[in-house]
Design a protein around this ligand. Structure first.
Ligand SMILES: Cc1cc2nc3c(=O)[nH]c(=O)nc-3n(C[C@H](O)[C@H](O)[C@H](O)COP(=O)(O)OP(=O)(O)OC[C@H]3O[C@@H](n4cnc5c(N)ncnc54)[C@H](O)[C@@H]3O)c2cc1C
Length: 528
């Protein structure tokens, strides 16, 4: 969809490389400038770009992949917001804090819960049609860890694709947004201690007052995952290389119900919302063994333990009593995989799903490097603590996307001298003169090997220990090493981080975050 927009804007489609698939490339523009550059066109990037443009900013939106390859497109259940008479932001906050196991940064969670209903209203104004109940009110789903129905959804469990489609259609009409699709940011520009732009993989440079990374998560680093293949934390490495601080990389959530071994559908997520409508988890002898609506860390661990004790490679998700009309896309994806959820149990097991950690930011999305922002799954405000409450992440994309847009447009415009210097870079002159330094990678983020992905699953899976993490800290992949170093620093078990060698929760880690930067060893910080 975005490609069409790009073509309308005077950019051209050209054959690229040896493949027969055309990609969109720009017409020999080697440098350009914007008030705000947004990197990534999932829910967070699209919404941030829209909010900044709506406030009058000139925005460049860079997206490396087609829309269907973002996690946002794949999101099923919906977004959490206190919308019913029985609910309140205060109650949503209590559930978020309880799920986060003593590690939630309350100021960030409060922002999320207070501003979530307004985010839903704004999305509705942007043309998003959420599912309604018989009385025409927003229909609310129930998911694990929520004490009340509060999941706003669309198309049953097609929320992500509907959101991405609608937001990209609106972005296409927005004259303030210049879309560059099919190009990857491979480096951040830094001058005088602030982020001043980005470098693309075609060597083009974009100077801007602020750069917002909305590059998504990193759960596809693990060999068993629910995420699209591109979710490998590239934005985290860009930020780290430019000098920004990362946080809580050891905290990765494992989803309890990812399909096992079915016709190419291994890792296919079955949304927690089906458990909200009565689906049950059964072991190989047909016995229930867990409260299906407990927070995710608890359910995932219970599944793992039951598999270990019975020797089975999966447990059964019993959806036979659930109305299939509520989840048409889940039912059809399962049928395509050769499973009939109306007649048989769905074989499921945990898979890496969501990294709570990321680029450390404040509640306006500001990273530790001035001029750099992060929103959505690549960011870490601390709001999810050690275990994200289901469906708080899409909400996060919108609430913090709006906030980051507001702060980013207030940054000083790119220095015209620096922009001219970027132009001079084509002839090899100028960049150094203006003090720009290309702080990021000289090339794309390194690919992850199958061996590293297996090692992450083995040594930083649902349970870890010091010796496995030590081995992982010597892995060839830089982000794998950072995850291992962070996990070694958290010498306790809490939420998604369970250490065999430190099985207890340590109160000294309450409200603490493991941060890491290029300056050296991890630092344990308390965030207010
Ligand atoms: C199967 C599944 C189901 C889920 N269901 C839910 C749910 O029901 N509710 C919920 O709240 N959460 C859900 N989640 C989590 C949620 O979808 C994500 O946390 C959220 O969508 C992340 O959005 P994002 O915009 O931060 O990143 P993404 O949607 O992943 O988008 C990242 C974008 O960045 C681009 N990009 C990355 N690197 C670069 C680069 N270097 N240069 C240019 N572009 C780049 C990518 O191409 C992509 O467009 C689900 C996740 C999955 C995988």
């Amino acid at each position: 969809m975005l490609a069409g927009v790009v073509a309308q804007r005077g950019l051209v489609r050209e054959p690229h490389g040896r493949g027969s698939h055309p990609v969109t490339v720009s017409v020999l523009v080697r440098h350009q400038s914007a008030d705000v550059t947004v990197v990534g066109a999932g829910a967070a990037g699209l919404y941030t770009a829209l909010r900044a443009a709506r406030d009058g900013a000139r925005v460049t939106l860079v997206s490396a992949t087609p829309l269907a390859e973002s996690s946002s497109w794949w999101a099923q259940g919906g977004l959490a917001a206190a919308m019913s008479a029985q609910d309140s932001p205060e109650r949503h906050l209590r559930d978020t804090i309880a799920a986060g196991r003593g590690a939630v940064r309350e100021s960030a969670a409060r922002v999320l819960c207070d501003e979530a209903p307004e985010a839903v209203s704004d999305l509705t104004r942007l043309g998003m049609r959420f599912d309604a109940d018989r009385d025409g009110r927003v229909a609310l789903g129930l998911e694990g860890g929520h004490s009340v129905r509060r999941i706003v959804h669309a198309g049953g469990a097609a929320t992500g694709r509907r959101l991405v489609r609608q937001l990209s259609a609106v972005a296409a009409q927005q004259p303030g947004i210049d879309v560059i699709e099919g190009r990857r940011v491979v480096g951040l520009l830094v001058a005088d201690g602030r982020c001043t732009g980005v470098r693309l993989d075609d060597r083009r440079l974009i100077a801007s007052g602020a750069v917002v990374l909305a590059t998504g998560g990193a759960a596809a680093l693990w060999s068993r995952t629910t995420n699209p293949a591109g979710a490998v934390g590239g934005g985290l490495l860009l930020a780290f290389a430019a000098g920004a601080t990362l946080a809580d990389l050891e905290l990765v959530q494992f989803h309890p119900t990812a399909v096992v071994g079915a016709n190419g559908a291994d890792g296919l997520l079955v949304t927690e919302a089906v458990r909200g409508e009565g689906a049950r988890l059964l072991d190989s002898s047909g016995e229930r063994f867990v409260d299906e609506l407990a927070p995710r860390d608890e359910v995932a661990r219970a599944v793992q333990h039951r598999m270990a004790s019975t020797g089975a490679s999966s447990v059964g998700l019993d959806m036979r009593e659930v109305d299939p009309a509520l989840f048409p896309n889940v039912v059809s994806a399962l049928r395509q995989a050769g499973i009939d959820p109306e007649r048989e149990l769905v074989p499921v097991a945990p898979a890496a799903h969501y990294v709570m950690g990321g680029i450390a930011t404040d509640v306006r999305g500001r990273a530790s490097l001035p001029g750099l922002y992060a929103v959505g799954e690549c960011s870490c405000t601390g709001l999810h603590g050690a275990n994200r409450l289901a469906s708080n992440s899409l909400t996060e994309c919108f609430v913090f996307g709006a906030r980051a847009a507001g702060a980013a447009i207030a940054e000083p415009a790119p220095d015209p001298v620096a922009v001219r210097a970027l132009a001079g870079e084509r002839t090899g002159a100028g960049q150094a003169r203006a003090g720009h330094a290309d702080a990021g990678h000289a090339g794309p983020v390194p690919p992850i090997s199958a061996a590293s992905r297996d090692a992450l699953w083995r040594h930083a899976g649902l349970e870890r220990d010091g010796s496995g993490l030590e081995e992982l800290s010597r892995d060839e992949h830089p982000l794998v090493r950072l995850i291992a170093i962070s996990a070694l620093a958290r010498t306790e078990s809490r939420g998604a981080h369970q250490r065999r060698d430190f099985p207890e929760r340590d109160p000294d880690f309450d409200g603490r975050h493991v941060t890491i930067s290029a300056r050296g060893a991890p630092v344990i910080e308390r965030w207010m």
